[in-house]
Design a protein around this ligand. Structure first.
Ligand code: ZN
Ligand code: ZN
Length: 268
C-alpha cells in the first residue's frame, strides 16, 4: 500500500491511496485541474483513479469531487447526511455510493471503515483502510480525540493525522474571537498537543509513518507540529531505549504534494 497527501489545510485537502489495482482519493478539496496536476507530479494519471471517499461537506474537502467524478466516471463514497449538506456542489454525481458511518464496506482491494469524528459538519468521518495486510488511518477535522478514534486507529501502519494549531498562535493571531472559538471548540480542529497526546496513546511497534496534516498556515508552524510529535517519540525512546521502533513523521503541505509513503508491514 502506498499513499500521498496531495495537499492539506483550510484551502484544500486530498490524499491519494493505492493498493493492488485500486487507486482512491480521500477528499477532493482542490479544483479538478489542480488535483490532476498534483497526481501527475507523483506519476499518477487521474484517469486511472478508481473512486473517491468523502469525509465531510466543507469546501476544502469536496471542491473538485463532482468534476473529477464526472470527468473520469468515478464512484463517490459518501454518507447521506454529507451528500445532503453539500448541496449543489455535489449535485448530479454520476455514481454515488452511499455508506453508513460505522459500517465497513468493501471496494475492490480495500475494506473501508468510516468512523465518526467530532466536527461542525453533518456527519463527518475519518477512515480506516485495510488491504488485507496493512491498515491506513485517516483523521483530520476533529475537535477532540475520542475513545472511538483511539479504538479504530490503534493498529494502523500508516496514519494521516491532523495537527491544526498551536493554542498561543491561535490566541494571538488575526482570527476574530468567534472564529478562534470555532477552531479550538469540541467540533473544530486538533491542536498540536492534542494530536501528540493521541499519537502517544496509540503508538505501537508496527506504526511506520505518520503524516501531520491540516496544519494551519495562520495559527501554526510546521516546526511546532513536528516538535510536539518528536517529544512523544523521545519519551518513548527514554522508556524503551534507542533501538525501539518509532514511526517516521512527515508533514503535509497546503501548496505542494507531500512524501509518497510506501507501507511495508515491518514488525508483522
Ligand atoms: Zn478541513
Ligand atoms: Zn472541515
Amino acid at each position: 500500500m502506498r499513499f500521498c497527501v496531495l495537499g492539506s489545510g483550510s484551502k484544500g485537502n486530498a490524499t491519494f491511496v493505492e493498493s493492488g489495482q485500486t487507486r482512491l482519493l480521500i477528499d477532493a478539496g482542490f479544483s479538478g485541474k489542480e488535483i490532476e496536476r498534483r497526481l501527475e507530479e507523483i506519476g499518477v494519471a487521474a484517469e486511472t483513479l478508481s473512486g473517491l471517499l468523502i469525509t465531510h461537506e466543507h469546501g476544502d474537502h469536496v471542491k473538485g469531487a463532482a468534476i473529477l467524478s464526472r470527468r473520469f466516471r468515478l464512484p463517490v463514497f459518501i454518507n447521506e447526511a454529507t451528500l445532503a449538506a453539500a448541496g449543489p456542489v455535489l449535485d448530479n454525481l454520476p455514481q454515488c455510493q452511499p455508506f453508513v458511518t460505522g459500517q465497513t464496506f468493501v471496494f475492490q482491494d480495500f475494506q473501508i471503515h468510516p468512523f465518526a469524528i467530532s466536527h461542525d459538519a453533518a456527519d463527518p468521518v475519518g477512515f480506516l483502510l485495510n488491504n488485507g495486510r496493512l491498515f491506513l488511518g485517516y483523521c483530520t477535522d476533529t475537535g477532540v480525540v475520542s475513545k472511538l478514534m483511539q479504538h479504530r486507529l490503534s493498529s494502523c501502519h500508516g496514519l494521516v493525522l491532523e495537527a491544526n494549531h498551536d493554542p498561543d498562535l491561535l490566541r494571538n493571531g488575526p482570527y476574530p474571537p468567534s472564529l478562534q472559538q470555532r477552531v479550538r471548540g469540541k467540533t473544530g480542529h486538533l491542536a498540536n498537543a492534542e494530536a501528540a497526546g493521541f499519537l502517544s496513546d496509540i503508538l505501537h511497534d508496527a506504526l511506520e509513518h505518520v503524516v501531520l496534516s491540516h496544519i494551519s498556515e495562520t495559527n501554526n508552524h510546521p516546526d511546532l507540529a513536528q516538535e510536539a510529535m518528536a517529544a512523544v517519540l523521545e519519551s518513548l525512546r527514554r522508556q524503551r531505549g534507542d533501538d525501539c521502533p518509532v514511526p517516521a513523521i512527515s508533514l503535509a503541505h497546503q501548496d505542494r504534494v507531500g512524501e509518497v509513503v510506501t507501507l511495508g508491514g515491518k514488525g508483522q
